[in-house]
Design a protein around this ligand. Structure first.
Ligand code: HPA
Ligand code: ZN
Length: 348
């Protein structure tokens, strides 16, 4: 994990990556639970952790695929009990993001992971929201909140969760779909997403991470997703690529996640260049930074090191992220101006 206080900037590229104003669109807040905080909350809340130390926890983070990760990720989330726990989790992510010059972030949370353990929906949302409000004031970092349904659970459980979210309509901009992908196609959630859109929520969905290109089609056509989370397997369907390019549907790609979960053997084999060359609206994100060896800046640094992405690519990727955000046009314009100002001034 990179601590920005310990950076030794020897190359302008590192400085450029660090300083460029960024937007993050794919970050699960439960995936930002660092082992140190997990340990501390377990002690505070009297939870049994199957680990003896923080080092022990980090050692357990070797994943074969999405499911082996999810098993550990859901276990980790069990230390989160009261509103303050959710506040601290969110605040620790925001501080890290601000240090890496993230100017705007759109955060996923998984209410069912918590309500299934008897935690109240409002405990989760209020803890997260209070940190987001403080983040805007104290860190000058804007944010949106997106509620994800767990696709390995039933559509009726998702519907129940949607109903619980209605009193928080003003704090949740959209709904998404995450957890185990293969065998749980987006169309299973057609009715819930129809209802969510009627209630005014925007929609996104994880698709084409481990699952086939067909799931991306379903996310677009059935769930009317405004963005596709991951989406890297779109390249297996030329017709789909053509559609995504024409409509400029954003893909929230998470490079270090893809390597940690075995979607690509090594970062040098990631298809990010191919996606960019095809003209897709690609963005770079951290997914679950505490579990995947890095936050957004670490993703960019690793892409530079192993895939040779250059200044132009980084500019394009960060521009795409602000464009693809759920900010209103005037706010997008403000951030794009800040981005362009930074890039034209860099090195002068
Ligand atoms: N995929 C699906 N579900 C998730 C992920 C992911 O990458 N991260 C957290 N939940
Ligand atoms: Zn994800």
């Amino acid at each position: 994990m990179v601590d920005s206080n310990q950076h030794h900037f020897s190359q302008p590229m590192e400085v450029f990556i660090h300083r460029i104003p960024k937007a993050e669109l794919h970050i699960h807040i439960e995936g930002a639970l660092e082992p140190e905080l997990m340990f501390e909350l377990a002690a505070k809340n009297g939870c049994d952790l199957p680990f003896d130390s923080v080092a022990d926890i980090r050692q357990a983070y070797e994943f074969k695929d999405l499911q082996t990760f999810l098993d550990i990720y859901y276990q980790g989330a069990e230390v989160l009990l009261d509103e303050d726990d959710f506040y601290r989790l969110t605040w620790s992510y925001l501080q890290k993001a601000a240090e890496q010059n993230v100017r705007h972030t759109e955060i996923f949370f998984d209410p069912q992971t918590h309500t299934a353990r008897g935690i109240r929906f409002e405990t989760v949302v209020q803890g997260i929201q209070r940190a987001l409000t403080d983040g805007a004031r104290q860190l000058n970092l804007s944010s949106k909140l997106i509620m994800c349904f767990l696709r390995h659970l039933s559509a009726s459980d998702a519907m129940k969760t949607l109903r619980e979210a209605l009193p928080f309509r003003h704090t949740i901009i959209g709904v998404g779909l995450d957890s185990s992908e293969v065998g749980f196609p987006p169309e299973k959630f057609r009715t819930v997403f129809d209802q969510a859109r009627q209630e005014g929520f925007l929609t996104v969905a994880h698709a084409g991470e481990e699952g086939p290109a067909e799931y991306i089609w379903q996310a677009l056509k059935v769930l009317k997703a405004s963005r596709i989370d991951h989406g890297i397997r779109c390249v297996e369907d030329a017709g789909l690529v053509k559609y995504l390019v024409k409509k400029q549907v954003p893909l929230t790609v998470c490079p270090l996640s893809n390597v940690k979960l075995g979607v690509f053997d090594h970062l040098s084999r990631h298809n990010l260049h191919q996606l960019l060359e095809l003209g897709l609206c690609v963005t770079v994100n951290s997914d679950d930074p505490a579990y995947f060896d890095g936050y957004i800046e670490d993703n960019f640094q690793a892409l530079h090191e192993h895939l040779g992405i250059d200044f132009q690519d980084i500019y394009k990727l960060t521009r795409n992220a602000f464009q693809a955000s759920f900010l209103v046009p005037a706010e997008k314009k403000k951030y794009l101006k800040e981005l362009d100002g930074f890039v034209s001034g860099f090195g002068h």
